[in-house]
Write a protein that binds this ligand. Structure first.
Ligand SMILES: [Mn+2]
Length: 290
């Protein structure tokens, strides 16, 4: 980790060592299979740069999370030439940190990166389940010639473990048929955007050990335009963090990724949202349970 060029910009004397850090930030600026706008490869660096402006004190938790638990920034950027090679590289890097009992916060990059992390966690937590927050179902069998496409990532994940999908509002006819055929637990945005009655139902479908894959386009585009394929009708900040807090309270969340932020010029509010969300989830991991 470089000082002060790490998450929240800590100086060496403030930061905990790798050994003493309970959380690790991984950077995966891979962008190989995205459909439309480019830019997710910039996200890890932008999130880390922006995080230096955040308050270390989390006003909701009453904690200085990073000083108490330690958040180590892994300098290695994982960016292979193809999606399948990249998945393997994410797997290898995740496996190393998971074996050291670190809580991983993986910054993408596009959504195809998730499969590598799930493979690593699944080896340690045999009953792992995945919680996906996303506008897109990502349940294609393959897309543009690769089974590792971002648009097929939940098909790959469902081959490894069960998943609950939240905030979904965009998918193709074959995906719709697949959802119906297999009766996947999916909480559509149109049914959940204005109420929290679904929180416990969604959480009840997860196993005890949970990995969260967070596609930033689950948010409404009014607060999150900085993403490659925004979809109208998304969720708002308070609903999402209220739901996440409940998940962290009830389950053993073992790690998460944050994907598909595509930073936009003059829209730095989106970068702040992403950085805050990363810090919030790490805080929830260690302090949400009372
Ligand atoms: Mn998406």
């Amino acid at each position: 980790m470089k000082f002060p060029d790490n998450f929240m910009g800590l100086e060496e004397e403030q930061a905990k060592s790798y050994k003493d850090s309970k959380a690790v930030i991984m950077q995966v600026p891979f962008e190989g299979t995205v459909s439309y706008e480019k830019g997710t490869s910039k996200a890890p660096k932008v999130i880390i740069e922006t995080s230096k402006q955040l308050e270390i004190y989390d006003e909701e938790l009453g904690r200085e999370t990073i000083l108490e638990v330690g958040i180590w920034t892994d300098d290695k950027e994982i960016k292979e030439k193809t999606a399948d090679k990249n998945v393997e590289a994410v797997y290898a890097a995740s496996k190393k940190h998971v074996s050291e009992n670190k809580f991983l916060a993986i910054l993408g990059g596009e959504h195809s990166i998730t499969t590598g992390a799930i493979k690593a966690y699944k080896e340690k937590y045999s009953k792992l389940s995945v919680l996906q927050l996303d506008a897109h179902a990502d349940l294609r069998d393959e897309y543009t010639g690769t089974i590792y496409s971002h648009a097929a990532v939940m098909s790959r994940i469902r081959e490894l473990c069960p998943a609950v999908q939240v905030g979904i509002r965009d998918f193709s006819r074959p995906e719709a048929e697949k959802i119906k055929k297999f009766n996947y637990p999916i909480f559509m945005a149109k049914d959940i955007y204005d109420n929290d009655k679904w929180f416990d139902k969604a959480i009840g479908k997860l196993s005890d050990d949970v990995f969260i894959t967070f596609d930033i386009d689950v948010f409404d585009q009014s607060i999150m335009p900085a993403t490659g394929t925004p979809v109208t009708g998304g969720l708002d900040w308070y609903m999402v963090i209220k739901f996440l807090r409940r998940v962290f309270e009830k389950k053993n969340v073992v790690g998460f990724d944050l994907v598909e932020l595509a930073p936009m010029k003059n829209m730095h509010g989106c970068d702040y949202l992403a950085a805050k969300l990363v810090y919030k989830m790490i805080g929830y991991k260690f302090f949400a349970k009372k």
